[in-house]
Design a protein around this ligand. Sequence first.
Ligand code: PGA
Length: 253
Amino acid sequence: MARRPLVAGNWKMNGDRAGVDRLVRGILAGLAQGGGVEVMVCPSYVHIPQVAELTRGTPLAVGAQDLSEYDSGAYTGEVSGAMLAEFGCGSVIVGHSERRHLFGESDDRVAEKFAAALRHGLTPVLCVGETLEERRAGSTEQVIARQLDAVIGHVGVPALAGAVIAYEPVWAIGTGQTATPDQAQAVHAFIRERIGGRDPGLAGEVRILYGGSVKPDNAGSLFGMADIDGGLIGGASLDADAFLAIVRSAGQE
Ligand code: PGA
């Protein structure tokens, strides 16, 4: 069964009310050209209600960038999966490398967040990826396997059916230095094989996105690879025209 491409914008900590309004309207104006691609944007928590309102009844989906592993209670500053679902999110990014490396999220904590997303009916977009040092040391596959296995160990392989995986090499995020299509494909194939070792059917169905300096001029060659099913886009998702061009590239593959 063909996997439907997904292009998701990760806005990170960017935007204000007026800019969010312009960006969403800009994306919606060009989205009809996107074809069979699923398209999503992930604004900051505070902009989620605004984006949910602007996108109601449109093909543009809304996701969050993170969530709490807890469901409710005395956890100052946290936002639960239930809150995200109530405010219109269908998906949530889990384990982004900025969360792992800047905010100290461990593999175990990421796994708990993944489980929390599923508990609240949200599609987790699980990010995995190695640092430059890890790649140079030849431990890319070992790192990806560890990050993936932490989640599988916690929720079980069947739970991946409700998820999306994003391979984001840390050295390619926000650096302008993208993985080559072959480098990315090799890791995507590894991820699929790792899942296939436990459930071959599921491995063929789960979508694996590439993220890390995806731009309109490199998106086509990345999305053309056999195991790359779309992208998680940071910087280029803040510009409606660039984001739409990337969406169109995904539709051509
Ligand atoms: P980038 O970010 O496209 O700006 O490299 C990707 C991401 O962090 O998801």
